[in-house]
Design a protein around this ligand. Structure first.
Ligand SMILES: [Zn+2]
Ligand SMILES: [Zn+2]
Length: 277
């Protein structure tokens, strides 16, 4: 738990497509970035700067308010991964940072305080449990050809997550056992970016509507001794096959145990079928 009393007064901005009332990051806005992907210090940091070093940045991307990662040119997604990788290295230069979390949360469900397309990257002074989940044996390296695979490229996999908490939760990762984005080659970054766009397009296609999703970039924490952290990107769409949103219930909030109504291999078959259309 992180206490953020400073964020209590924040007003969520509607995560609408098209409209951009006074958006400072749009091309005619006061803070319009000069590049397709740009890093800004968060105005409402979830974690405070230490020793003059900010630990929470916003990654603004694209130049159209209504677009999201599935819509922008592939090169923007590559640039986003590249920028996140470099910022991760910068954050780890701060000895107090033990883990880095980069993510994009899309949809009103998340109460966005910035409506323009953006991701976020945060340096944490602790290692969250989910960054240690695949610790003992690398579950991802053990993957061969299996019925959870949605799409492969020469250097990457896109699969329904074996641990899927929500029906269409996917994980994509390089075949090589890498810890962080900065360890990936340019080709691997490109293929990861392709898989991100495929996964997000599949989420959208599954009901023909824009649904809230969370995209997590899970990189090796600082002390990785004995842990086999394999870089992965998680795509967590919040909808169920009927198009309704999955809301956390008693088991989820009470125990942290997710009830998933869809067998991961059935979800994968459904996604492969959509991809083939
Ligand atoms: Zn905008
Ligand atoms: Zn591995």
């Amino acid at each position: 738990m992180i206490l953020v009393p400073g964020r209590s007064a924040l007003v969520a901005q509607a995560d609408v497509t098209g409209a951009r009332p006074g958006c400072s990051f749009c091309p005619d806005g006061a803070e319009a970035p000069s590049a397709r992907v740009a890093l800004f210090e968060s105005r409402h940091p979830m974690v405070q700067a230490m020793g003059g070093r900010a630990r929470h940045h916003v990654l603004v991307y694209g130049d159209e308010h209504g677009q999201r990662l599935a819509d922008v040119p592939l090169t923007d997604v590559v640039a986003l991964l590249d920028t996140a990788g470099k910022q991760t290295t910068t954050l780890f230069d701060d000895p107090g940072v033990l883990a880095v979390y980069a993510f994009e949360s899309v949809g009103d469900h998340f109460g966005p305080t910035v409506a323009h397309p953006h991701g976020q990257i945060i340096g944490l002074d602790f290692v969250p449990r989910r960054l240690l989940l695949l610790a003992d044996a690398c579950l991802l390296c053990a993957t061969g050809s299996d019925d959870l695979i949605v799409q492969t490229t020469p250097g990457t996999y896109l699969r329904v997550a074996p641990w899927a908490r929500l029906p269409f939760e996917m994980v994509l990762y390089p075949r090589r056992h890498l810890g962080r984005l900065a360890d990936a080659t340019a080709t691997e970054l490109l293929e990861l970016a392709e898989q991100i766009q495929t996964g997000l397009a599949l989420c959208r296609d599954s009901t023909g509507r824009n649904h809230p999703y969370l995209l997590n970039i899970m990189q090796a924490p600082r002390r990785n001794d004995g842990h086999q952290h394999h870089l992965r990107v998680e795509i967590v769409p919040l909808h169920k096959p009927d198009g309704n949103l999955k809301r956390p219930g008693a088991m989820e909030i009470g125990l942290g145990v997710y009830l998933n109504p869809v067998e991961p291999r059935n979800a994968a078959a459904l996604l492969r079928e959509r991809l083939a259309r």
